[in-house]
Design a protein around this ligand. Sequence first.
Ligand code: GDD
Length: 339
Amino acid sequence: MTRRALITGVTGQDGAYLARLLLSKGYAVVGGSRPAAARDIWRLREVGVDRDVKIADLELLDSSNILSVIERERPDEIYNLAAQSVVSSSFQTPVLTGDADALGAARILEAVRKFNPLIRFYQASTSEMFGDANESPQSETTPFCPRSPYGVAKLYAHWMTVNFRNVDGVFACSGILFNHESPLRGLEFVTRKITHGFAAIALGNRDCIELGNLDARRDWGFAADYVEGMWRMLQSEKPSDYVLATGRSHSVRDFCEIVAETVGLDLAWQGVGIDERAIDIKTGRTIVRINKDFYRPNELMPLVGNATKAQRELGWRPAMTFSELARTMAERDLKLAQR
Ligand code: GDD
């Protein structure tokens, strides 16, 4: 029998890669997407699955809509990837973020319990739940200490996932994913902002980009590697929670340097703090300025993950390194800008 998967947030980066993966494994894929949003399926098109995914109107704020989609589509597996996922925006919209990211997951779990508790459920949890963690690297046993409304909302969804598993016996897994990027990333996230911006600068279409904290460190992997981990979680014998990460942290500055080299900019840093900037040595032009509006409150402990449990129990390992990722994204954006 063909297995059926429902992916909420299918039009996002991870939704597109996961849809492609599941289709390649013979699944029928239904993609949930907000009815009100001007639906843009460019990512599904980009990975070649726009005609193979059935799109269903799905609104995380509406329990009855969620239940009716599940009743109609009868999925064997649900991957809850839909969210307000921009950390900085969550400071301006904490309640809305909570409604979608925290209660949205609870609404799906409740619908699963009511309609068919045998449905396997994946919750997209995040390293942002660690926030100001008391240890580094962070693993499944690190105490959570979120420092953004987004992290707090996701932590509620994480605990609901654990609770529906422990109390109601739902096969529910929480994947605690560290940053994962790709050419499909939105421009609001720092990696794609840099690759898109530097490609335009290299071609003379733009002068400069503005960034926040250049020394912020993250554990960046490749999104297509991470969706494989999501799928593996739902195929395992027992549901559990897993960190997916590369185990290495790099700074925003490191990322800028690799991208600049890839697109042919000769980058040098000058100045310090808020007055720091990057110039292109060949032209003497400023290509990066610092804007304190892009600084985050409360970025204390560097986020870097320990994925030993996923390696041991799921045989999962990220394939793409940080520099390959930066180069891949930069090359893709340079090609797009040349078109
Ligand atoms: N967005 C952005 N823009 N971030 C900047 C900038 C800038 O101009 N300058 C520096 N940064 C720093 C941020 O302060 C942060 O430390 C880091 O770059 C990464 O920021 P984002 O790319 O916006 O990602 P994020 O870490 O906040 O969150 C992403 O990863 C989480 C973990 O997987 C999002 O995808 C979350 O939804 C996800 O949960």
